[in-house]
Design a protein around this ligand. Structure first.
Ligand SMILES: [Zn+2]
Length: 225
């Protein structure tokens, strides 16, 4: 049992990774409570494995391309909002169920955002909270025209990793927070530092409360899928 699971891009994968979980959505590789987001894998496997392992919180990392001209290589951003430009990724556990309309305001767990910002600021003053993250399908960078469009939309950064993990974590009532870096940076120590117990004030664990009250689902999350 682990309270927190980390989801990392392959470039941050620690040495000695192996299969750490088997799920109905495929296998998850990593080490202990560190899961690796591999190219083309089903995000439902990562979130399912986190929940099945007893986690309450998921902290994810991604490397991003700057959209805002104010961002510099090495900057760390704790995104606060999202624009979804992905296509055809499996974005829900509740296919054909008719329930699970998930609220996304705020999209990321506010408790984890605060903890991540604190840990990031201790590493670098170039740590920012509140960016809007565009998630696009990879594996490629955004084109200059796409970057101009994202800028007009009010976005700050673009990456490929955090969706649909955000939605899937919500569906299973997990806290989900994310940290991103412009270019490569050693984010794992920041993630691990952010874990130091945060008193839970968020409502992430109540996402399905109404659906339960309406009798559409029971208490056991495994029966929701
Ligand atoms: Zn939360």
């Amino acid at each position: 049992m682990t309270d927190t699971v980390f989801i990392l891009p392959p470039a941050l994968a620690p040495g000695g990774t192996a299969q750490v979980a088997e799920t109905p959505f495929g296998a998850v590789s990593g080490r202990g409570n560190i899961f690796v987001r591999t190219e083309g894998s089903d995000a439902r496997a990562l979130i399912y494995a986190a929940k099945a392992g007893g986690a309450r919180r998921v902290i994810a990392a991604d490397f991003v391309q700057p959209v805002s001209p104010l961002l510099e290589p090495g900057d760390i951003i704790i995104p606060a909002d999202l624009i979804d430009q992905t296509k055809l990724r499996p974005f829900t556990f509740f296919v054909g169920k008719g329930y699970g309309f998930i609220k996304l305001n705020p999209p990321f767990c506010p408790d984890l955002m605060g903890a991540l910002l604190g840990a990031a600021r201790r590493r670098t003053a170039r740590s920012f909270r509140g960016g809007t993250y565009v998630c696009a399908d990879g594996p490629r960078d955004a084109t200059p025209a796409e970057l101009r469009m994202y800028r007009q939309w009010g976005a700050d950064l673009v990456g490929t990793g955090l969706l649909p993990e955000v939605y899937l974590a919500r569906e299973l009532e997990l806290c989900y927070g994310a940290i991103t870096a412009v270019g490569e940076a050693d984010l794992l120590p920041i993630l691990q530092e952010a874990v130091t117990p945060v008193e839970q004030t968020c409502a992430c664990g109540q996402t399905m409360k109404l659906t339960k009250e309406m009798g559409a689902v029971g208490e056991d999350w495994r029966t929701w899928l």
